[in-house]
Design a protein. Structure first.
Length: 171
């Protein structure tokens, strides 16, 4: 992880927060389905949700992250101009794989509820080993893409989902 990577902590709009809450609902659905709690939404430049998904890695395909699925869907269904004008909302900051897919497909702004640094810190606190891929910030993988997050008002909800996934009892 690159702890010195700067995040764009600009004020999130009511629309940003509403769509991040939708991502949290999708993450909760993933958890209910026995999967890791991540959810994401693709919004076009007219404010229409074009695609949404949640993690589907429980069956063994570790590439089935919702941000990666958004990139795949967008590459097949949107023009390069539409992709560049879109916004991806997600419960957790993109991992390096998803950030790379985002960059290669040419998607626009990213808004996330919880950062890689936050999730890494929680996992360390709970004694959970880090994943097999370096925890890099989005800006390290795809510099120049507009990024907003984390959303402090949603931290408790995201932390609770991840704690539940790992069987951690929190107060």
């Amino acid at each position: 992880m690159n702890p010195s990577a700067a995040h764009n902590n600009t004020q999130l709009s009511p629309t940003d927060l509403r769509l991040l809450r939708r991502c949290i609902a999708l993450a909760a659905q993933a958890l209910t389905d026995g999967d890791e709690p991540f959810g994401s939404v693709l919004l076009d430049d007219r404010g229409e949700i074009r695609f949404e998904d949640h993690n589907r890695v429980a069956r063994g395909d570790a590439t089935r992250h919702p941000e990666f699925e958004i990139a795949r869907w967008a590459a097949e269904h949107l023009t390069p101009e539409e992709r560049a004008a879109s916004t991806v909302y997600t419960s957790g900051e993109h991992c390096p794989m998803c950030a790379a897919a985002h960059g290669w497909v040419g998607l626009g702004r990213i808004v996330y509820a919880a950062s890689t640094a936050q999730l890494s810190a929680w996992m360390s606190e709970w004694g959970i080993a880090p994943g097999p891929v370096a925890a890099l910030s989005i800006q390290t993988v795809i510099p120049g893409v507009p990024v907003s997050g984390p959303a402090p008002e949603l931290t408790a909800a995201i932390r609770a989902l991840h704690a539940a996934h790992y069987g951690i009892i929190t107060q």
